[in-house]
Ligand binder design. Structure first.
Ligand SMILES: [Zn+2]
Length: 184
């Protein structure tokens, strides 16, 4: 079971944050995230200055990223870092009270970073790296909606073509994969 750890310097985490992240991790198919030690929820003020690894042709300010994947090293196990204030920045407060939108915003980033882990472990039909992580993100998010909320494929199509574009219109930061970097 992947643990969830929190460490915020200035961000005041909403009460729904931990249950939402645990709910997202719970619907990852058994065995897929087994070797992932933990997910660290943190804020941009906790992230040191500097640039991310190269993602989609350029390096990004680490503090502007939504998340990182750190592969296992002899010193530390594989884990994911989620910069919660950046992930939720584009999501209006009114929409945060609706589980669908907050699960989607956090799910995109968490599943993208978990996708980097699965890309190394399992592989993907997409190109290794960002494309594979995005592919896993989409797959895990669909799996989440189906198993947790019993949302059918037809409803998912409507959500994908109508509701999510509206959410993106409000703000792109929670759905912009280019702001999600990897490290390690
Ligand atoms: Zn990535």
């Amino acid at each position: 079971m992947t643990a969830v750890v929190t460490s915020f310097k200035t961000y005041e985490a909403p009460r729904w944050l931990l249950p939402t992240v645990e709910c997202l991790l719970a619907t990852i198919p058994p065995g897929h995230a087994q070797s992932l030690s933990h997910v660290l929820l943190t804020d941009s003020d906790s992230i040191g200055r500097g640039k991310s690894a190269r993602v989609r042709g350029r390096k990004w300010n680490r503090r502007d990223c939504c998340g990182f994947y750190h592969r296992a090293t002899p010193r530390s196990p594989a884990h994911v870092v989620v910069i919660v204030d950046n992930v939720l920045r584009g999501l209006p407060h009114a929409l945060r009270s609706i589980p669908f939108f907050r699960e989607h915003a956090l799910g995109r980033t968490i599943y993208h970073e978990v996708g980097h882990h699965l890309d190394l472990l399992v592989g993907s039909t997409s190109r290794p790296g960002e494309a594979a992580a995005e592919s896993w993100s989409t797959r895990l998010l669909r799996q989440h909606w189906r198993s947790r909320h019993r949302i059918s494929r037809a409803v998912l199509r409507v959500l994908g073509s109508v509701v999510l574009p509206i959410a993106r219109w409000f703000g792109a930061s929670h759905s912009a994969p280019h702001r999600t970097g990897t490290a390690g």
